[in-house]
Design a protein around this ligand. Structure first.
Ligand SMILES: O=C[C@H](O)COP(=O)(O)O
Length: 263
């Protein structure tokens, strides 16, 4: 049975755009997609702005009744307390935040986030009704040193989803670290190979039916000219887009990837 999974195009802005720029960007993205008669039921769209923009994006989305979703780029594993600089999933939920990235490779490498921390963040996000987007992926050194390039992402997945509640909604993002912001996109076959291994592991952990319904995104130098070939792969259900999500034309073209391929 082929599962029906609504593709998700997620724009991770990283540390770009202040709240005023965020308002202008989301407004313009919504107009562009409206002009193109984009059907959000066929391809879901979400942006991941910096924390300081989220309240502004929330207000715009709710006032203008936009169908663009939004998420945060990280959350604390704790709900509240003496954790200077951290942001609670509870506070994000109070701003109607739908998604939260967990374990993006920039968090793992620049902020020493371990698989154990990622697992605690997944749990914290779920505790407050957010949908975690768990990011996994190998570095170039790990890929070159391994006979099984998918094994690193699969091990991160296994740890990150430990003790997952039975009814939890999650999204997985496979991001080969060597393809992030480098212009070196994984080939569609390389991305599919790892995403398929992720789905097989999800089936082992959670059962076939549940695994078949979980969306797996690919991230790493996704652009309008390569999104179509990536989206043709059976285990890839969307993209986590960095650089190209900061450009309205590029991001809306990625969202409307079916136009490129006549799928
Ligand atoms: O979260 C997004 C990824 O890090 C990919 O970034 P990129 O599209 O700039 O390579």
């Amino acid at each position: 049975m082929v599962a029906s999974r609504t593709p998700l195009m997620a724009g991770n802005w990283k540390m770009n755009m202040n709240h005023l720029q965020a308002i202008a960007f989301v407004q313009k993205l919504a107009w562009t997609l409206k002009d193109a008669e984009h059907d959000y039921d066929k391809v879901e769209v979400a942006v991941f702005p910096p924390f300081t923009d989220i309240r502004s994006v929330q207000t715009l989305v709710s006032t203008d009744k936009l169908k663009i979703g939004f998420g945060a780029q990280d959350c604390s594993q704790h709900d509240s307390g003496a954790y200077t600089g951290e942001t609670s999933a509870e506070f994000l939920a109070a701003l109607d935040t739908k998604y939260v990235l967990v374990g993006h490779s920039e968090r793992r490498t620049l902020h020493n986030e371990t698989d154990e921390i990622c697992q605690a963040k997944v749990t914290a996000a779920l505790r407050h009704g957010l949908i975690p987007v768990l990011c996994v992926g190998e570095t170039l050194e790990q890929r070159e040193a391994s006979d099984d390039p998918a094994s690193i992402a699969v091990a991160q997945l296994r740890k990150g989803l430990e003790n997952l509640p039975a009814d939890a909604e999650i999204v997985i993002a496979y991001e080969p670290v060597w393809a992030i912001g480098t212009g070196k996109v994984a080939t569609a076959a390389q991305a599919q190979e790892v995403c398929h291994a992720i789905r097989v592991e999800l089936a082992t952990l959670l059962g076939d039916e549940r695994a078949a319904g979980i969306r797996i995104l690919y991230g790493g130098s996704v652009k309008p000219d390569n999104v179509a070939s990536i989206m043709r792969e059976p285990d890839i259900d969307g993209a986590l887009v960095g650089g190209a999500s900061l450009n309205i034309d590029d991001f809306s073209s990625i969202v409307r990837y079916t136009q490129h391929v006549g799928v």
